[in-house]
Write a protein that binds this ligand. Sequence first.
Ligand code: OXD
Ligand code: MN
Length: 590
Amino acid sequence: MVINNAKVNKWVEEVAALTKPDSILWIDGSEAQLDMLRAEACATGEIIALNSELLPGCYYHRTKPTDVARVEARTFICAKTKEEAGPTNNWMDPAEMHAKLDKLYDGSMKGRVMYAIPYSMGVPGSPFAKIGVELTDSIYVVLNMVIMTRVGQQVVDVLGPDDDFVKCLHSKADLSDDDKYIVQFPEENTIMSVNSAYGGNVLLGKKCFALRIASYLGKLEGWMAEHMLILGIENPQGEVKYICAAFPSACGKTNLAMLIPPSIYKDKGYKVWCVGDDIAWLRVGPDGGLWAVNPENGFFGVAPGTSEKTNYNALMSTKKGTIFTNVARNLDNDTVWWEGLDKNPPVNAEEWKGAKVNGPEFIASGEKLAHPNSRFTAPAENCPCISKEFNSKDGVPVSAIIFGGRRAKAAPLVYQSRNWQHGVFVGATMASETTAAAAGAVGVVRRDPMAMLPFCGYNMGDYFGHWLEMGKKLTKQPKIFNVNWFRKDDDGNFIWPGFGDNMRVLMWILDRCEDKVDADEVAIGYVPKAEDINIEGLNIDVDTVKELLSVDKAVWLEEAAGIKEFFAKFDRLPKEMADELATLEANLSK
Ligand code: OXD
Ligand code: MN
């Protein structure tokens, strides 16, 4: 592959001089080159080929047992000043961080090949797309990046002589837990990751670029990078309306993005299409509305809990060309297994750390065969419900934005914000509860604004301000909603069935967007009239829906106090957010 870009070449030379690899290989994305790399990684044991009939083109990889998740404590936003990084990010002076990292990278690729991956987030040449070059000493990273992004000569052609690319450097170095760093330098368009080999820390196009660096670029350039799924609902007349939704991890984003309509809708001809399951880049379109693309090209999904029942489409996406990380192996037929896949753990198994075990006995002893954060990296094109607009250069028009989290009591099943500014407040005060293991213990509330707490690349107060500015630029604003699939009754049982039945709530949301249905105004916004949530064919009655939609004043007074405490952290909180809190408090005291 030919790289005629002097700026790229100079940077690659500088990195090579520091990390001292034996050689450099440019990744062109061709099957011939990838086959060569797969064969090499199989020979060293870095990956293992799976059953070529049952899982064609699929591979297995396991990480170091202490390197299995994103590491927020080791993730830094090295803006020029601490204030620019804001109160929710780790910060270090950029010069100090560079000096520290340079020591860790010095000679870190000795005896290895440095792979140079030119990649595009978004369809190359689309007005939404942005280019990155990742340098890495890991074939596993190359093989994952080729699934998750668009890689190769077309990207180099679009870049031309420009210096508009994100410099992404990854070295697994010696995988030292003490010297692990995931660092974003927003003003330098640079990401540096060292001593990890876990996806979220090393597939630098994903969280590091498409959220942290991109959110910063979006603020500068007038667009938004969000931790959101994008789905389309097609009605029987063939019209498709699109929804973006932000939920913190473990709240079912991938499941909602790929939901299968319940028969009351399917039988009438409704369809659901997945555009993306994790990240949305959003721009004001020529019509004054909000337009969205998914900048990724694959799914880096959590395996445990994924089954034919919970997410058929995600499971089908993993049936070819997929890399499985830290799941369990079934040694009898060279396939994979994880908790929640089915009720038949393999007897002749290898657990995620590599020990040979009897699966059912191992589980009975309280152990897990797959790591709870084990993953599949699957091409989006495998997904049976992938949207026809997935590769659209213009993106899709967004009718509604949804925020949500796990709340046992506070949030109703769904409510609508009064307007854009109130919607930004609803997103900014989003929270999710972790349930303590002890029986009956109340969950701990973690505030996670717009599900971006670990991913916002600049001061989060300014980020709220940017949301408000975007609202002013939109002449056709999407409506903003909040949902909660996780409301519990007094015995601690989930009340709402969830999964595919969440479509019933999405239908109310779309009806609201088209002014087709009325609502009741309460202290926190607009809630549905109970009879407007379609419960045909469900095991619940209108009174249960009323319970799901109820807003408990005492609980919300506590909520308002929690929000006040959270807002106090922010040095740059927009006045509009304080005003919205005051309105909420006033509404609750009426
Ligand atoms: C996440 C992910 O951690 O998508 O949010 O992996
Ligand atoms: Mn995510």
